[in-house]
Design a protein around this ligand. Structure first.
Ligand code: ADP
Length: 229
């Protein structure tokens, strides 16, 4: 019986996601169609004028669909015991250039002893990259990004902090909703996908605090104890 409720819930979520996705894809398609009609009316003179706009819209659809595919991937088929440090290092190596290019400082504090987690490494890396990307996007001026690993009995928390502009209460309440974005070119999928990934791992993704001084996100994951390894 519970299974039924669960499935009905899932179907509802899938329906809502599909509706949101259809809406998000229709807008760029409408724009592309408009530009093509214009180009056609002008007998394809100065076609290069429309090229950047059309390319931007196509990129947007491509990004949306590839991010969206993450939702439909089967959950957690490849769990492996990994060190938390190696996941963070991979995420940092992916984001380093962008952080540097914007002139931000990055400080990483690992825990004193290695911490191990049972995870799909690629997915955890994806979550960390999403959170780090948001940190970069939140800083209009040059700022600091911090990553701090804390272990308590059964969980490890990775706190990612930025010195950006923070979120209002209204924004904070909506960040995990698919397609919610305050960015001109955001997809609004990053945090909802990340939330699902962390939940699938038995962990929690939350905002620790946010304000005009910046934001701290926490990614919490169950740790693998020494006896389980
Ligand atoms: P996107 O990055 O495409 O907007 P996300 O789901 O990753 O999608 O983020 C949703 C929204 O959450 C962002 O548009 C932004 O308003 C807010 N947000 C996320 N992280 C931060 C942060 N570190 N500082 C301020 N706002 C943030």
């Amino acid at each position: 019986r519970d299974e039924h409720i669960f499935r009905a819930d899932k179907l509802k979520v899938v329906g809502e996601l599909a509706a949101g996705m259809a809406h998000e894809i229709r807008n760029p398609l409408t724009t592309i169609k408009g530009f093509l009609q214009l180009a056609h009316q002008n007998h394809y003179e100065n076609i290069e004028r429309y090229h950047p706009m059309i390319m931007d819209e196509i990129t947007r659809v491509t990004e949306l669909t590839s991010e969206f595919l993450q939702f439909s991937k089967p959950n957690l088929s490849q769990l492996k015991i990994e060190s938390m440090e190696s996941c963070i290092k991979r995420a940092v190596s992916i984001m380093e250039t962008e952080i540097d290019r914007n002139g931000h400082e990055l400080h990483v504090h690992y825990s004193e002893h290695s911490v191990f987690v049972n995870v799909e490494k690629d997915k955890i890396v994806q979550v960390l990259v999403n959170v780090l990307k948001n940190a970069v996007d939140a800083m209009d001026e040059v700022g600091k990004i911090g990553i701090r690993v804390n272990r308590n009995d059964n969980f490890v928390s990775i706190e990612v902090s930025d010195t950006g502009f923070g979120m209002s209460e209204v924004t904070k309440a909506k960040i995990f909703e698919p397609f919610f974005t305050t960015k001109g070119h955001g997809t609004g999928l990053g945090l909802s996908i990340s939330h699902k990934i962390i939940q699938d791992h038995g962990g929690r993704l939350e905002v620790v605090r946010t304000g005009p001084q910046g934001t701290v996100f926490s990614v919490m994951l169950p740790v693998v104890s020494a006896t389980e390894r």
